[in-house]
Design a protein around this ligand. Structure first.
Ligand code: GDP
Ligand code: MG
Length: 166
């Protein structure tokens, strides 16, 4: 099993920290799935039974700038070509404008979207349900997975769940 996963989310939510944790080895991409040059490979995770290729989608990271129609279209099309979209948010922050921008961009996309709630080491467990509910109102996520990319909590579970979608 192999597939492409796009990690999107506001700056500082922990995307790089997550990638640094999971990318143990970098090897040649053996996937037979078509790849477009607009997808920048950030890392490859190879396990016994799966290969996950994490890619960057340009244009998603600039919610403060008004994107041209073209850029928006390119980013949207890229998100259609991946197997899973990981939408990462910070458990410490309320759903903000940057998140709204991304959720609007995802609207109508057929690709399964995981809501990954990161930095759960920073919140009280009782707060988690409220956070989940606020995002659930806004989008029909395929999976909702709380993690701590820094400490590693639930990261194995996230990877196992991702592999089911490849
Ligand atoms: P990115 O901009 O989304 O790539 O975010 P980074 O991976 O650069 O992380 C931004 C900051 O958040 C860094 O200082 C990280 O150490 C911190 N961070 C990332 N993940 C976690 C986490 O799970 N818990 C805590 N407490 N801090 C985190
Ligand atoms: Mg980063």
């Amino acid at each position: 099993k192999s597939g492409f996963i796009s990690i999107i989310g506001r700056p500082n939510v922990g995307k790089s920290t997550f990638l640094n944790r999971v990318i143990g080895q970098k090897i040649a991409i053996m996937s037979d799935k078509p790849q477009t040059t607009r997808n920048k490979v950030q890392g490859v995770l190879t396990t016994n039974d799966s290969q996950m290729i994490f890619i960057d989608t340009p244009g998603i990271h600039k919610p403060k700038h008004k994107l041209g129609d073209f850029m928006l279209k390119v980013s949207k099309n890229t998100l259609r070509e991946v197997d899973v979209i990981m939408f990462m948010v910070n458990a410490e922050q309320k759903l903000g404008k940057g998140d709204e921008f991304i959720l609007e961009m995802l609207a109508g996309n057929p690709t399964p979207v995981f809501l990954v709630i990161n930095k759960i080491d920073q919140i009280h467990p009782d707060e988690l349900m409220g956070i989940i509910d606020s995002y659930k109102e806004r989008y029909d996520f395929a999976e909702i997975v709380p993690i701590s990319a820094l400490q590693g909590n639930n990261v194995e579970n996230l990877l196992a769940t991702l592999s089911k979608y490849l």
